[in-house]
Structures are given as structure tokens and as C-alpha cells.
Design a protein around this ligand. Structure first.
Ligand SMILES: *[C@@H]1O[C@H](CO)[C@@H](O)[C@H](O)[C@H]1NC(C)=O
Ligand SMILES: *[C@@H]1O[C@H](CO)[C@@H](O)[C@H](O)[C@H]1NC(C)=O
Ligand SMILES: *[C@@H]1O[C@H](CO)[C@@H](O)[C@H](O)[C@H]1NC(C)=O
Ligand SMILES: *[C@@H]1O[C@H](CO)[C@@H](O)[C@H](O)[C@H]1NC(C)=O
Ligand SMILES: *[C@@H]1O[C@H](CO)[C@@H](O)[C@H](O)[C@H]1NC(C)=O
Ligand SMILES: *[C@@H]1O[C@H](CO)[C@@H](O)[C@H](O)[C@H]1NC(C)=O
Length: 346
């Protein structure tokens, strides 16, 4: 009897105790305790949005932030660890930085963002991109760089994108950058599903790049709004377009050069339109024609040379005949201008 009450009592105690711990832990769980919304930003849920009223990057980004949006601010340079306080790691998964006038990305700018999935750097004016700008982003899936890369920075971008840590990259968008080639040194280091290159200045994609595309069967490429040069240089690319079905918008690719093919869909070209052998044959036939004409000329000159006596005689005859004729004319003229004849006429 006594024992049972004691048991009940201890049960009761432990129950109360656990309730207390639960309550306490509920009260003191560190939800958003280490960061209030920065003064120049708006916070909803785990999203922090900082619009144009402030300058630069806010220094007091709360640690709980999952989506950070900066828009219309005057950022100009992204320094090392731009989004994390001194060596700490951030929970940010989505980082949207479009329209911020960013010109320079320094090495390790995105340090401390190991969970970053999406990075949007569209509509900036990138002039200097460190080759280590994109280091330390092992979870990055989508990278947007639409209308953002200055022509001089394309090669730097290629170096920056050649980072082993980008192995999970699924989607790379590079629309509207006046690129003349694919700014990737290799394709096998990523896991690319979509490579968007629409609205650039690509005239053709060369053999080497086409063969790397063939090797990445999974990659779909978007190439509309590029000024394709539909000469025989396009041959390798043309067959890739026809055979691989890797180009997701193949029907929308148009020729821009030469003049005669402007506006013609690249897909609608015939094999012989881009056949280099054909074109070479044409050139060869012109050379051949030239040689034949030259030979005929030489033969002609030789004939002239061998016949020079006869020709001389012939020329003399002609001259003689001409002189006779002239004399006849002369005679007639004199008769026509005879003053006596003129008087008769009056
Ligand atoms: C942006 O900041 C730079 C200095 O960092 C300044 O020279 C420039 O005028 C600013 N531009 C605007 C639009 O605020
Ligand atoms: C950064 O952290 C190091 C130690 O990890 C410390 O010595 C340094 O003062 C910190 N700097 C800033 C700006 O907080
Ligand atoms: C450019 O990037 C944005 C992300 O900011 C994306 O939604 C959009 O589809 C891209 N635009 C083009 C033309 O590809
Ligand atoms: C193509 O890109 C340029 C910037 O490079 C942009 O101004 C233009 O609007 C884009 N055109 C289309 C059709 O998206
Ligand atoms: C594309 O071609 C260029 C020049 O031939 C080469 O440097 C580059 O690595 C190639 N890129 C890919 C992805 O094949
Ligand atoms: C592509 O297809 C054409 C005919 O359709 C063929 O002649 C050519 O060899 C093919 N090229 C490749 C690389 O598969």
C-alpha cells in the first residue's frame, strides 16, 4: 500500500517534470532568437527581402534566413564571404541578387553558404569575376546569369564556372549576354540538365564543343535568338541538331548569314547546304576552269608566235587594203569640196 502511493507519487513527479522540461524547451528553443529583421528589409516567413532604399548588402542578415532577395541596390562589389558573418555558416538556400549593379565578384564571395540551391545574378554588369568566385557551393542546382556578363568577362566566367564544387549544377541560364561561344571549358564536371544560351551572339558551335555535347546526353540546350551563320562551317552543329534531339528549341533557330539564307530555320537546311565537300568541290571546279582558260590562252599565244611571218604578211595586206580604201575616200572628199561644184549648186 505504502509502496504503491510512493510509486504513484514518483510517477506524478516525473510527469510534472517532463511537462516542465517540455514547456521550458518550448520557451527557449532558439527560433529566430539570434536575429531580428534588418531595418532596411522586409521579412515574411524565412524570406528576407531588401529593396532599393538601402545601400550595399545588409550586415545583419538573420541566421534563420532561407531566402534572401536583394533588388535595385547599389552593390557594385561582392567581397569574400559577403553573406555570412565571420566564418559562420548560413542556412540560405535561395539567393536572388538581380538588378543590383554588381560589377565585381571577389574570390569566395559565397563562402559559408553550403546549402545554397539557387543563385540568381541576372541583370547586373559583371566586369570582373574571380576564378574562385563560385567556390564552396556544393549544393548549387540553379545558376542564373541572364543579361549580366559584360563581353570582356566571358572568359573569366568560363574560369569561374570551372569549379569542381559545382558538380550538382542542374540548370545554367546565360541568356542575353552577347556570348559568341559556350562559356564552359568542360561539361562533364556538372550534372547539367538545362543550358540556356538564348539571345546571344553565337554564329556556330564548333566540332570540339559539339562532341562534348554528344557526350552529355542528359543536357538539353536552348539556343534560340542567336545569329547562326549557315555556311558549311555549320555542318557538325547542323547534324548534332538533327540527330541528337538535345536542342530543346531546335525549331526556333534561324540563319542570320549569309544574306540569301537570312531567316531560314537551321533545321530546314538541306545536307548539301552545309556540305563542306560540296563547297570545296565548287572551289576546285573554279580553279580547274581557270587553268583550262589559261592553257587556251597559252596555246593561242603560241599559235600567234609560230605564225608570226604569215601574220605579218596578213597585217601588211590589211594595211595596204586600208590605204587603198583611204585613198578612194580622200579622192571623193576632194571632189565633194570642189568650189566649182559648190557654185553649180548655187
Ligand atoms: C553607387 O556607389 C558608388 C560608390 O560605391 C557611387 O560612386 C555611385 O554613384 C552609386 N550609384 C548610385 C546609383 O547610387
Ligand atoms: C572573426 O573570427 C576570428 C576568430 O575566429 C576573430 O579573431 C575575429 O576577430 C573575428 N572578426 C570579426 C570581424 O568578427
Ligand atoms: C532569366 O533568369 C530568370 C531568373 O531570374 C528566369 O526566370 C528567366 O526564365 C530567365 N530568362 C530567360 C530569357 O531565360
Ligand atoms: C536580348 O538581350 C538583350 C541584352 O543583352 C536585351 O536587351 C534584349 O531585350 C534581349 N532580347 C530578348 C528578345 O529577350
Ligand atoms: C569548346 O571549345 C573551346 C575551343 O575549342 C574549348 O576551349 C572548350 O573547352 C570547349 N568547351 C566544351 C564544353 O567543349
Ligand atoms: C547524323 O545523321 C546523318 C544522316 O541523318 C548521318 O549521315 C550522320 O552520320 C549522323 N551523324 C552522327 C554523328 O550521328
Amino acid at each position: 500500500m505504502k509502496r504503491r502511493t510512493w510509486r504513484r507519487f514518483t510517477d506524478h513527479c516525473s510527469c510534472v517534470l517532463s511537462a516542465w522540461t517540455l514547456l521550458c524547451s518550448c520557451l527557449f528553443v532558439p527560433v529566430r532568437t539570434d536575429g531580428v529583421c534588418p531595418s532596411s528589409c522586409a521579412c515574411t516567413g524565412l524570406t528576407v527581402t531588401c529593396l532599393s532604399d538601402g545601400q550595399d548588402i545588409p550586415t545583419d542578415i538573420p541566421a534563420w534566413t532561407s531566402t534572401l532577395i536583394l533588388h535595385g541596390r547599389n552593390v557594385s562589389t561582392l567581397p569574400q564571404g559577403a553573406f555570412t558573418a565571420n566564418g559562420s555558416e548560413s542556412e540560405i538556400r535561395t539567393l536572388r541578387l538581380s538588378h543590383n549593379g554588381i560589377r565585381v565578384i571577389e574570390p569566395y564571395a559565397f563562402l559559408g553558404l553550403p546549402r545554397l540551391h539557387l543563385l540568381d545574378l541576372s541583370h547586373n554588369q559583371l566586369e570582373t569575376i574571380s576564378s574562385r568566385a563560385l567556390h564552396g557551393l556544393p549544393e548549387l542546382r540553379s545558376l542564373y546569369l541572364n543579361s549580366s556578363v559584360s563581353p570582356g568577362a566571358a572568359a573569366q566566367l568560363a574560369h569561374a564556372l570551372n569549379a569542381d564544387s559545382l558538380r550538382n549544377l542542374h540548370r545554367l541560364e546565360l541568356a542575353g549576354n552577347r556570348l559568341t561561344s559556350i562559356p564552359l571549358e568542360r561539361l562533364d564536371i556538372y550534372n547539367l540538365h538545362a543550358l540556356v544560351l538564348i539571345n546571344n551572339s553565337i554564329e556556330s558551335i564548333e566540332r570540339e564543343n559539339v562532341s562534348s555535347l554528344y557526350q552529355q546526353r542528359r543536357t538539353r540546350v536552348y539556343l534560340a535568338l542567336n545569329p547562326f551563320r549557315c555556311t558549311c562551317e555549320l555542318e557538325v552543329f547542323y547534324y548534332w541538331l538533327k540527330n541528337s534531339s538535345q536542342c530543346a528549341d531546335a525549331g526556333r533557330l534561324l540563319c542570320s548569314e549569309p544574306e540569301a539564307r537570312r531567316g531560314v530555320p537551321v533545321e530546314k537546311l538541306r545536307g548539301e547546304d552545309v556540305d563542306c565537300l560540296n563547297e570545296n568541290l565548287e572551289a576546285v571546279s573554279y580553279v580547274f576552269l581557270g587553268i583550262v582558260l589559261a592553257l587556251i590562252g597559252v596555246v593561242f599565244l603560241m599559235v600567234l608566235y609560230l605564225n608570226r611571218r604569215g601574220i605579218k604578211r596578213w597585217l601588211n595586206n590589211i594595211r595596204e587594203a586600208c590605204r587603198d580604201q583611204m585613198e578612194v575616200y580622200h579622192y571623193r572628199y576632194e571632189q565633194d569640196t570642189d568650189p566649182r561644184l559648190a557654185n553649180v549648186a548655187v
